[in-house]
Design a protein around this ligand. Structure first.
Ligand SMILES: NC(=O)c1ccc[n+]([C@@H]2O[C@H](COP(=O)([O-])OP(=O)(O)OC[C@H]3O[C@@H](n4cnc5c(N)ncnc54)[C@H](O)[C@@H]3O)[C@@H](O)[C@H]2O)c1
Length: 305
């Protein structure tokens, strides 16, 4: 599979491309960015580095070159800035995402899978779906850091190995993240978290973004995002059906529609293969509905502006 990266000179685009390239399952990675010299620098450097491990080619791209890509990763955005909430990035990136969609629609009539990371990711995932007008299953939003951080925090708090822990966060990539503690397992058995452990994990996952953002470094979580974005790229390239938390446009799942939220989905060559909906408690379902209403309101505002 050939992968296009729109925003390929930036942190997420370049780190994800590099990780996928080093693993060797892609035929070609095509980097596109408005910063043309910087992206050409990445192409020269990355192509050379990846040569040590794989045959994946790395090339400079314009939109016309993306027509044969099986997937396009969108990470285009204004530079990171200090915010209280990822939703504040909406107006930064609105004027970027719409023209990006227009160019993809014009140049990619075969409708590749779109992996969108640009924040606020759930809102843009929905907007991208509307702008492109393709099957909703083709539009896969990157929310995987939430589930990853839930497992990471659970491992730190319980002392159990990260690789044995399973579970999912769902909902918004932001304050409306819902950690499904009751479904978490370790080595296939219920993890059985205590109230005290849940409180600690909740605090770690809820505060991670604000702690990192308070550093005002102009940089976000590039390495963690690369690890989790690469999982989506690999699932598409290999048509693996791996179940990952992604932002998905909902049309009746959990009784919700006209919104995109993080849920576990099986990912393959055509995007979302299956919606794998864990059964929710009444409290979890109510929280999800509340998050959905809040997201819909923002989508309405964004689309009518
Ligand atoms: N979904 C998640 O879990 C998650 C995690 C971390 C970051 N993010 C988001 O991902 C996005 C990218 O983050 P980053 O750290 O890579 O940012 P970055 O500033 O390092 O990179 C963004 C790149 O987009 C490019 N760009 C801007 N406008 C463009 C356009 N019209 N066409 C093509 N390229 C364009 C910029 O030149 C830049 O190279 C941000 O919105 C960030 O908030 C999401």
């Amino acid at each position: 599979m050939k992968l296009g990266v729109v925003g390929g000179a930036g942190l997420l685009g370049s780190t994800s491309a590099f990780l996928a390239g080093m693993k060797g399952y892609l035929e070609e990675i095509k980097l596109l960015d408005v910063k043309e010299n910087l992206v050409k620098n990445h192409v020269m450097d990355m192509a050379q580095a990846i040569y040590s491990s794989s045959d994946t080619k790395v090339t400079f791209a314009q939109y016309k070159d993306l027509s044969d890509c099986g997937a396009i990763l969108i990470t285009a955005s204004l530079p990171e800035r200090k915010v209280a909430n990822r939703l504040e990035y909406l107006w930064d990136n609105m004027n970027i995402i719409k023209p990006v969609c227009e160019s993809i629609r014009e140049n990619c009539p075969h409708q590749p899978v779109i992996i969108n990371a640009t924040n606020p990711v759930d809102i843009f995932n929905y907007i991208i779906w509307k702008e492109l007008g393709w099957d909703r299953k083709k539009i896969v939003g990157f929310n995987g850091n939430d589930t990853y951080r839930l497992k990471w925090a659970a491992s730190i708090v319980t002392g159990k190995p990260f690789s044995d822990i399973d579970g999912f966060a769902i909902g918004e990539h932001g304050n409306g993240q819902i950690n499904l503690y009751d479904k978490m397992t370790c080595g296939g058995e219920p993890l059985g978290l205590t109230g005290d452990e849940i409180e600690k994990i909740e605090s770690i996952t809820a505060n991670f973004f604000s702690e990192m953002n308070a550093l005002n470094s102009g940089r976000t979580s590039g390495w963690t995002s690369a690890v989790n974005i690469e999982s989506i790229i690999e699932a598409v390239a290999k048509d693996s059906g791996r179940v990952l938390e992604c932002s998905a446009v909902l049309e009746g799942e959990y009784g919700l529609k006209d919104v995109s939220l993080g849920i576990p989905v099986a990912v393959g060559a055509e995007g979302i293969k299956e919606y794998r909906l864990p059964e929710l408690t009444e409290e979890q379902a109510q929280r999800l509905e509340k998050v959905s209403e809040a997201m819909k309101e923002i989508i309405r505002e964004a689309r009518s502006a």
